[in-house]
Every structure is written in C-alpha cells, then in structure tokens.
Ligand binder design. Sequence first.
Ligand code: TXA
Ligand code: MG
Length: 335
Amino acid sequence: MTELSAPPHQTELRASGAPALRRAAELLRAGDLVAFATETVYGLGADATRDSAVAKIFAAKNRPTFNPLISHVADLETAEELVIFDARSRAIAEAFWPGPLTLVLPRRINSPVSLLCSAGLDSLAVRLPAKASAREMLRAFGGPVAAPSANRSGRVSPTTAAHVLEELTGRVALIVDDGPCAVGLESTVLSLVGEHPVLLRPGGLANEVLEEKLGRRLAQARADAPLASPGMLSSHYAPRLPVRLNVARPRADDAYLAFGPVSAAQRRALAALPAEAQWNLSPTGQLEEAAAQLFAALRRLDLPNRHSLAVAPIPEVGLGQAINDRLRRAAAPRG
Ligand code: TXA
Ligand code: MG
C-alpha cells in the first residue's frame, strides 16, 4: 500500500484536566486529530460526522480505508441517533456500558456519521467508554468521535501517552495524557447485526461474561470471513522481533515474556538473560494484570540485540483469550 501523505503537525502534549479536555473538544470541532486515553487503549479521535476529519485518521495511521472505525459516544442517547437498537442490543448496552465493549449494529439511514467510518458496510461500530476523561471530552465535544487505537496501522496499540508520541508525533494535533490504560487490551467487538450474535474481536470484556448475559455461546468470526471485522488482519500487533509462543524455557538470545510463578527450571534459563530482556506479565498469574501490561511489555522487550521474543503459555480463559489472540497476531507471518 502506498503511504498516504499526512500533513505535518506540531504535536501538543497536555496532562488531562478540564483545560486540556476543552482544548481537545475545540480541536475536534476544528476537524483536527486528538489522541486521548480510554480504559482500553489510547484512541486517535476525529469528528465522526466530518469526512475530511475522518480521512485524516486513515492518513495519520496509514490505515487501509476498507477497515471501519468505531464511533465513541458520551451516552446511549447519542448512540441511538447513529445506529438501530432493538431489545437485545439495548439490554447488552445497558449491562456493559460504559465499558470495554463495542457493538456493531445496523446504521441508521440518516446516521450523521461519515460513511468512511463504515467502510462500505451497512453497519456501524459504537462504544461508550468508561474512562472519565474520555467521557468528559465527548460531552464537551457534543457528538460522536471516530477513534481507532492511536498506533500506526499494524503496530502494537498504545497504552500510555509516551507510546502515542512514539507512534504519531507530527501526525496528531494534541495528545491528552491521562496515565496508563487500566484494561490495556482493546474493547471486545460484538456484532448484533444478524440473528445470532457474533464475536468479531475478543477484548477487554471476557467472552464468558458476555455469553452469560446473552444466555448462549458466542459464534466467533472466522479470521478469513470476508469483511467480518476487516481490522483483524492476521499479522498485527507486530513487534520488530520475530515472536515465538508457548515457550516454557527461553534461549539465551531471546527476550522473554513470562507469566505466573517461575519454576526452578525457568529460573535457571532466565539467569542467562539480561534483566532488561525479561518481563513477567503477572508473577501471581492474574490475567487482568497481564492484560494491562501486555502492550507495554511487547514494546519494552522489542530489543535490537535479541534474536526473538519468546512468550510463556497463557491460559485460554477469561481475558487470556484476548491476550492469546493478540499474541497469535504478533507471531503471525508478516505480510
Ligand atoms: O478499545 C478499543 O476498541 C479502541 C479504543 C480507542 O476505543 N479502539 C480500537 O479501534 O481498537 P480499532 O480501529 O483499532 O479497532 C476496531 C475494530 C477493527 O477490527 C475494525 O475492523 C472493527 O473494530 N470494526 C469497526 N467497525 C466495524 C463494523 N462496522 N463491522 C465490523 N467490524 C468493525
Ligand atoms: Mg487498532
């Protein structure tokens, strides 16, 4: 794909607070890009109703335009103006919003959101984030904000303002720093367009919790399903180092991402690695803690003097499913 040219910007970095959030709303109204914290990852926001503003997101990220965007809203009423809810989707929204869940629903014919956000589909993704500063910004702006994760397309999602600076300096007008993201994985994306709910992306809300509320097992979108969730390209979240999964004992030239209590055999293997080349996502084996650490750890361990990044096995339950999904993409052959 050819690199779209993004106009150069002075990137402002401000600590979150009323003045920064007011400034963010003002820039959004002017059609500029603003990076902001949510409970999942940092988003790269633009006025979702303005084609020219939404187009800047694709240019800044070098994101393929067939990949649709999530519209972020301050309340359920705003979401109702964009998409069509029925009893089932309203019950799901009421149960899990605000929070790390994105709903894909039929677009309203008169939806004010730019068609670029739907990327040719007749659905639209909507999300009501839980992070207080994000909601304050959305309220101050007064409309839907289109926002993908604030990274270059194909790279690891940012969970701190410093990560956003690494990714998008010169490509975004303002970064509002509101500390590290508590969840650390992107939202779960659930399609309620058809008769049966379909999980398009595992994420910050565990599948089991959703299934409990839906009263049924969730169908998982097949990775090769045409346009099901176009963002789920198989190679994504890619560090520069090649990634090896389910490695119980690292080699001496690896960087190692551990999880849970370390065995005696592992301890001996780890003794051969420099301290900066190892990181434990959660020494006590807690998946929530591991999720919150994952993307920062992938960045930190992507060291030029290592041959590969080896990752310990992570249980495929709860948030472990979303963690393993991201790790499989990080390890996928590079396109
Ligand atoms: O946690 C999150 O969801 C973050 C924060 C910033 O809210 N956003 C985020 O956006 O992860 P993005 O663009 O990086 O991922 C959105 C995913 C992509 O896989 C995209 O293809 C899918 O949602 N998506 C968006 N609209 C869709 C639609 N109408 N139908 C199917 N999939 C859709
Ligand atoms: Mg993303």
